[in-house]
Design a protein. Structure first.
Ligand code: ADP
Ligand code: MG
Length: 274
């Protein structure tokens, strides 16, 4: 097959191989999504790297959630091809775990914490098969990994925002996916939960899985992520944090919404403001 495409960052003497589409945990080509007349996502290409943590960043309403949902087929695409590890997404669903934006979930849904995590096992177990003690133990183990082992029988609606987010992450862990897609997992959570979530995500990466997060906090991009994808309806830039998370790309993405004072506080990549 073809050689990997080399992305050359000549100014800094860096070369980095972009993943061949077949290796990419998630590759999107020419995706356009529209709720009405104006596209929310327009002609977007993306090639997320394997064994890495990627942040999708962009202002409110930029189409970040839409991009993930349409890639997954939760909402329809007007156009676009989506492959997961080189296969059409329809044939690779069992390799993906998705944690939606917390605000979009109906928390009045009557379910206990352990029920929610067990839902993550159904795809592997099969809806009609009986859950066994081993499944229950696996679900408890996932709750333990996110620090929620003491809340097994609690109603999900009675938990704090941070606790709910941890339970949703535990459900995703139960799926034993190779690609984790999370929509703003740190939004509205306390510092302890943020720490717990990032530790779990870093452990997933260490196990060789790919993690892609919609992320709203520019101050933690450089600390948490390896790779960034910047979007504002269109794709603005994509690449390693060191070369793509730059003042110029942030300006192109956020426009006037990002004050220079804010930029000064960010740990920007090599191409950042001097
Ligand atoms: P982000 O996640 O980047 O904040 P979204 O993907 O949620 O942005 O939204 C992108 C655009 O699409 C916004 O203008 C938003 O108002 C619009 N939008 C999102 N969901 C819907 C919907 N269900 N119906 C109509 N418009 C929507
Ligand atoms: Mg969103």
């Amino acid at each position: 097959m073809t050689d990997p495409v080399l992305t050359l960052a000549a100014d800094h003497g860096l070369t980095r191989a972009a993943p061949a589409p077949g290796d990419s945990p998630l590759a999107i080509r020419g995706m356009t999504v529209s709720y009405g007349e104006k596209p929310a996502v327009f002609s977007v290409d993306a090639t997320f790297p394997p064994h890495a943590m990627t942040a999708i960043i962009g202002p409110n309403g930029a189409g970040k959630s839409t991009m993930l949902k349409a890639a997954l087929g939760v909402i329809p695409r007007l156009s676009g091809e989506v492959t997961v590890f080189g296969r059409p997404i329809g044939k690779a669903r069992d390799r993906i775990a998705y944690v939606p934006q917390r605000a979009s979930v109906d928390w009045d849904f009557p379910a206990t914490v352990i029920d929610v995590v067990l839902m993550g096992l159904y795809r592997r177990v099969g809806l009609l098969k009986r859950l066994t003690g081993a499944h229950l133990a696996a679900a408890r183990d996932c709750l333990d990994r996110v620090g929620m082992a003491d809340f097994t029988d609690r109603q999900i609606g009675q938990l704090s925002g941070g606790q709910q987010q941890r339970v949703f992450l535990a459900r995703a862990l139960a799926q034993e996916a190779d690609l984790y897609l999370l929509d703003e997992p740190f939004a509205g959570v306390d510092a302890a939960t943020e720490r717990a979530i990032i530790d779990v995500l870093k452990a997933l990466k260490a196990e060789g899985r790919a993690v892609v997060c919609v992320h709203h906090d520019l101050a933690t991009v450089a600390r948490y992520f390896d790779h960034v994808f910047l979007i504002n309806v269109r794709r603005i830039a994509e690449g390693p944090v060191a070369t793509a998370f730059t003042a110029a790309n942030l300006h192109a993405t956020y426009g006037g919404r990002l004050a220079t004072a804010h930029l000064d506080q960010l740990d920007l990549g090599l191409g950042g403001a001097s």
